[in-house]
Design a protein. Structure first.
Ligand SMILES: [Zn+2]
Length: 449
């Protein structure tokens, strides 16, 4: 098996500080040795800067990338934003979605994301008419991730109703499988491979009727697959759930077997103390998406209280209005400061664990997300020469990374031992910005002038 050696000036191996002068040996797709404090061997590829495990973006809707800027010129609410989102959902084809997802995942790779959790619900053609291949859209997303050089967990979402007690209508018809049994039949045809995991998703308690929930949770349990669901992002969802079922969304999903260590609750913004107890005691992971939660005026979820109660944290770019996991990490701490008027809720290493090992575990990749022998050789090097990071000192490199770095500081990305990004340039997708522009114009034509 061919061996590749990478030498990096600093590496975060999981502790409170980075180590210096680190040699990482890779055999096949995995890390075979790590040595610290060594001289740079002449045959090793030099990764200048600070190397950390590849980051996991635990919650993405790739097509929302087309809305960046377009939904920011006026006010409104989560619900008016959702109408804008439906305009893109209405026009995507498998081909145009492939092009948009490829460019979006390439942007993620440039930002140091080596694995994406794609929460996918745009399953069918206009009017809900099935495509010739039932999973043709999901397969386009798997191909897009492969071609962008990153891993993907396709979280195939069951989405059956337009709200509690409401039929799907308009563009929502494309999301629906009819019932959870038909959803399960369709998803069961998808399979894992070296860069793919298949997981389940309940879009939300708004979108899956209570009597359909167990079919989805059992499908995931039988396969030991990840199960993700949007949870209590908006107060209106809680109120509708209480009115219809007499309990909160967390209780409803818990009563149907949806909480546990393979489950991830996305947002978890508006929770009761009982909800927090249920999520923590079941070790359900929480996926916070702070840049999206800010953008949609959702509120600030109780991340620290949840983590203290046993619910690990992961992070997602969700609407992809921003693709920068450093921004997501610091937002968890900084938002909590604003809410509590107190500093110091999260350490830098804890936030980096959310972006790396805990994120990967939530996506069904426990063998990725750490710089350890035997782990998948997925890692990212942040250059320390930009104006943002100039002057960073070795003892506080992790703090510099979390509180000052941006996606543009990512210089090198290795996935499965293979270099995908070198010196800030994507090696598989030559013109990511140009491809994003043309993919977005294809689905949202600019007004003729
Ligand atoms: Zn979402």
């Amino acid at each position: 098996m061919p061996m590749i050696r990478y030498f990096t000036d600093h590496a975060w191996l999981g502790g409170a500080q980075a180590d210096a002068d680190v040699l990482i040996e890779v055999a096949g797709e995995r890390i075979s040795a790590i040595r610290t404090g060594v001289e740079r061997p002449p045959d090793a590829t030099h990764l200048p800067g600070l190397t950390l495990p590849g980051m996991a973006n635990s919650h993405s809707h790739a097509f929302h990338r087309a809305l960046r800027g377009r939904t920011h010129r006026s006010g409104g609410t989560f619900w008016t934003w959702r109408e804008d989102m439906y305009t893109v959902a209405a026009v995507l084809t498998p081909d145009s979605y492939y092009a948009l997802a490829l460019a979006t995942y390439a942007e993620m790779a440039l930002a140091g994301i080596t694995c994406v959790g794609e929460f996918h619900y745009l399953h069918h053609g206009p009017g809900g008419v099935p495509h010739a291949g039932a999973n043709v859209v999901g397969e386009a997303l798997l191909a897009a991730a492969r071609d962008a050089g990153i891993r993907i967990t396709l979280l195939d979402a069951c989405y059956l109703s337009g709200g509690i007690g409401e039929q799907l209508q308009g563009p929502q018809l494309r999301f629906g499988d009819g019932d959870a049994a038909a959803w399960a039949d369709r998803v069961s045809a998808l399979t894992d491979d070296d860069h793919v995991r298949i997981g389940a998703a309940i879009h939300s308690v708004r979108a899956v009727q209570a009597d359909q929930l167990t079919t989805v949770t059992q499908w995931a349990q039988e396969r030991q697959a990840p199960l993700h669901f949007h949870l209590s992002e908006q107060r209106a969802e809680n109120e509708a759930c209480l009115a219809a079922h007499g309990c909160t969304p967390a209780q409803l999903i818990g009563d149907h077997g949806g909480l546990g260590p393979l489950s991830t609750a996305v947002h978890a913004t508006h929770l009761t103390s009982r909800d927090i107890g249920l999520l923590g005691e079941s070790a359900t992971t929480i996926c916070m998406c702070p840049t999206t939660e800010r953008d949609l005026a959702d509120g600030i979820g109780p991340a620290r209280t949840l983590a203290d109660g046993g619910a690990p944290l992961s992070l997602g770019s969700d609407s992809n209005a921003v693709i920068d996991l450093f921004e997501e990490t610091r937002a968890v701490e900084l938002d909590e400061r604003l809410a509590s008027e107190r500093r110091g809720h999260w350490g830098a290493a804890e936030l980096l664990r959310a972006a790396t090992s805990d994120g990967h575990r939530s996506l069904g990749w426990p063998e990725a997300g750490s710089l350890t022998v035997g782990a998948l050789a997925d890692f990212v090097t942040v250059g320390l020469g930009s104006v943002r990071l100039a002057g960073a000192e070795p003892a506080t490199l992790l703090e510099s990374l979390v509180f000052a770095a941006g996606a543009a500081d990512v210089q090198d990305v290795v996935v499965g031992g293979r270099r995908v990004v070198a010196r800030g340039h994507h090696l598989l997708v030559d013109d990511v910005a140009g491809d994003l522009t043309s993919a977005i114009r294809a689905v949202l034509p600019w007004p003729a002038c």
